[in-house]
Design a protein around this ligand. Structure first.
Ligand code: HEM
Length: 506
């Protein structure tokens, strides 16, 4: 049996190796299968940089903002699995779709992303409850089931399309207002942050909070600023051993102040909304909320749990939407043919109407493929993580002890030339071409399985409605004086430089 496998591996190696991704998977499968026959390797056998050289890369070579590029360098130096110490934490990096699948298939009943998160430390310190992003075990499962009913069912999400379209309408007006000479809008991401916050607030509170008004409320600006700073400080505080927090308290203190503001902001809006509701009830009026905070507050969960969940949902809905919108329009502006084809698709489905609705999207395959392609090139979460607490697991011939932090290198797999032909090119049609198949775990921007993104359907609907509407209203062109923009890691993957684009009235 072993000989047959060896022969198969040999035959595959000399064949047209890079031309056909399928060949590469078979090769890895064959390697994986034969590894089972061999003795399992341990973490001691795993390659990886020394503590000193990794720390040097991180701190001296701006590695914290280049963590996604370090994934690519890691694959080149060590292959698909390596270990590294991120500050006080030892983590195993996995950068191959087959191996990522192996990890996720063993994640257990209550998957855990990361055990050592500074986000959890903050909540413990302040006596806050955990939200869906940070809770674990049964506590996580119960809220996940409650929210899943309203966030994962297609019909429940489609019902938000009128609310979201109101926000999209305001975004279009705001873009018009912000246009300068030649229709140039500077720093589109800043507008899309506000769009993201207004969008998720409208779903959470069924009321508007003025992020897209001509004059944006100061508290909104501060909330967005707090998210940005908190993400920068997240990596820094996690990379520092705890004793260093005493010596250099500034990052941790700033991190806590940002969270304090975000929790206060969410609580303020929840209390305001629920008080208005209670007053209506007292007046004998009928209350029929269709917003998430209303559903959550009626489940009997402690108010502290409602506060923390709403805070985390607000946070999750801002940068994710903003980055994806920015990259989508950035790429479409640089690929006018794709933009024209996409606009044709949208106009064909709309048959003279100007506002796309949720039901229209089903007939817009290129729109869906465009968002998929954008998230492949720029996965908002470039590296995810899992800690398997129940038992040791086997991955790629290694025995990984339980409680090891496993980093899933999604940026590396989604740019892997063995999986995607011309991986750095924006080619939405690759998702529509039946002859080109990709390993299902190579690009998983929303994660997979029980702990995957609960906001996925809302996010996708928001993106589809906004992108299709913008293309109906404007021709989007690059900034004539602009440069090409690369991504950088700020916990999430965001544009490194300001993106400005021309929005030419159609
Ligand atoms: C382009 C947009 C978005 C992307 C790419 C994205 C991606 C992700 C990813 C990769 C995860 C981790 C999944 C895992 O560990 O397997 C996640 C979790 C999560 N996302 Fe999103 N997200 C997006 C938008 C949103 C929005 C709009 C919301 C809120 C409505 C949201 C709420 C959440 C929450 C609460 C979790 C934690 C789920 C849990 O642990 O059970 N996300 N997201």
């Amino acid at each position: 049996m072993i000989t047959v496998r060896r022969m198969l591996q040999q035959a595959l190696r000399v064949s047209v190796r890079n031309a056909f991704p399928l060949v590469k998977w078979m090769e890895r499968w064959a390697e994986g299968a034969s590894a089972k026959q061999q003795a399992l390797k341990t973490l001691g056998d795993m390659p990886g940089p020394s503590v000193a050289s990794f720390a040097w890369d991180l701190f001296a070579k701006r590695g914290l903002s280049r963590l996604h590029e370090l994934q690519l360098e890691g694959v080149q130096r060590y292959g698909p699995m390596w270990k590294a110490s991120f500050g006080p934490i030892l983590t195993v990096h996995v950068a191959d779709p087959v191996l990522i699948e192996q990890v996720l298939r063993q994640e257990g009943q209550h998957p855990m992303r990361s055990d050592l998160s500074s986000w959890k430390d903050y909540r413990k310190l302040r006596g806050h409850h955990y939200g869906l992003l940070t809770s674990e075990g049964e506590e996580w499962q119960s809220v996940r089931s409650l929210l899943g009913k309203h966030m994962l069912r297609p019909k429940a999400v489609e019902a938000y399309d009128k609310t979201l379209n109101g926000v999209v309408g305001d975004l279009v007006s705001k873009l018009r207002l912000r246009r300068r000479s030649q229709g140039l809008v500077n720093d589109i991401a800043s507008e899309f942050y506000r769009f993201g916050l207004e969008g998720i607030s409208s779903v959470l509170f069924e009321s508007r909070i003025g992020c897209l008004d001509e004059v944006v409320p100061e508290e909104t600006e501060r909330f967005i600023q707090s998210i940005n700073t908190m993400f920068v400080m997240t990596l820094l505080t996690m990379a520092m051993p705890k004793w260093l927090h005493q010596l250099f308290p500034k990052p941790w203190n700033i991190f806590c102040q940002c969270w304090d503001y975000m929790f206060d902001f969410a609580k303020g809006h929840i209390d305001q909304r629920l008080t208005a509701e209670a007053e209506k009830v007292a007046r004998g009026e009928k209350v029929e909320g269709r917003y998430l905070t209303y559903f959550l507050s009626r489940t009997g969960l402690p108010m502290k749990t409602v506060y923390s969940n709403v805070t985390e949902l607000l946070l999750a809905g801002v940068d994710t939407i903003s980055s994806t919108m920015s990259w989508s329009l950035y790429e479409l502006s640089r690929h006018p043919k794709v933009q024209a084809l996409l606009r044709d698709e949208v106009l064909r489905v709309l048959e003279g109407r100007s506002v796309p609705e949720a039901a229209d999207v089903a007939r817009m395959p290129l729109l869906k493929a465009t968002v998929k392609e954008v998230l492949r090139l720029y996965p908002v979460i470039p590296a995810n993580a899992r800690v398997i607490t129940e038992r040791d697991i086997q991955v790629g011939g290694y025995l990984i002890p339980k409680n090891t932090l496993i980093t899933l290198c999604h940026f590396a797999t989604s740019r892997d030339p063995a999986v995607f032909v011309n991986p750095d090119e924006f080619q939405p049609h690759r998702w529509l071409n039946k002859d080109q198949t990709h390993h299902p775990y190579a690009s998983v921007p929303f994660g997979v399985g029980k702990r995957s993104c609960i906001g996925r359907r809302i996010a996708e609907l928001e993106l589809y409605l906004a992108l299709s509407r913008i293309l109906v209203e404007f021709d989007v062109k690059p900034d004539p004086g602009g440069i090409s923009v690369k991504p950088m890691t700020r916990t999430l993957l965001v544009p490194e430089n300001v993106i400005s684009l021309q929005f030419i009235e159609r």
